[in-house]
Design a protein around this ligand. Sequence first.
Ligand SMILES: [Zn+2]
Length: 317
Amino acid sequence: MKIKYAIGVDLGGTKVKLGIVTSEGRIVKKISVPTLANDGPEKSIGQIKKGIKSLLKGNKKLIQGIGIGSPGTVALKKGTVENPPNLPGWGKVHLGKIISEEFKIKTHVENDANAAAIGELIYGSGKDLTSFIMVTLGTGVGGGIIFNRKLFRGDHGGAGEIGHITIDHNGKECNCGSFGCLETYLGNNYLVEEVRHQLELNKDSIIYKLLDNNLDNLSPKVIHDASLLGDKFSQNIIANLGETLGHGLASVVNIFDIANIIIGGGVAGFGRPLFNSVKESVKSRVLTPLKPKIKVLKASLKNNAGIKGASSLVFYD
Ligand SMILES: [Zn+2]
């Protein structure tokens, strides 16, 4: 079988990461350019073009298409990105149309969390699954729903926003303007802030020692390290995190009758203890016939998941 190649573009608030990826999901070349988001959309689009141009040099004939994973809601028709968070001044940008006209190469644009779900479908843990729910745990909580081997996009491309399920209607205010969203418990910053708060009552936690008593450097990784060293406090944090996520996911499972859950992103590094907790939590809340069917899997696209997910859009249609 002849190997096919695509360019994957992971558009982030500070960096644009780009790579040439094979149809098996292997990165053969990778670069990154600053997004220069504060200089406005035109500058950032110029940066994207610059990155693509440099990857195409001498390789253009090999490239089957370009895939872009972008924050914000995306309308497929012109690859229109709408109000991406972290990219000030964007409003509506026909990014797909702009890039395909510039390079005369078919270009696919999709929301980054949806692209991560398609990446798992084409190259990763979802390869042999008919349907699954994908959750990405990072600064925010992203989601994507694959139903019958297709991404469920909703009417406007905004479906799958699992991070914004309300799990406490009296809860903290979320970035989205709503209250008590799942993201206000699981997003990196919220999580770190909450753990710092709880540490005040848990002075015997190993975390203090690992950080030389400087909690400013608290991160999910430190919580993970402490849990591996047997720190009960950190182990409880991870178990509670899994429980909270499971409560939100149980609603999604009940609505869609999809029993496979794939978890990716930095916080997924908590590994088995997190996944077991999610599984038990989902099982405790879904309707009885679904309980024995629940599976929680780790995402396979780890490093460069953004580039790989974006490139998979080319091999998806
Ligand atoms: Zn929200």
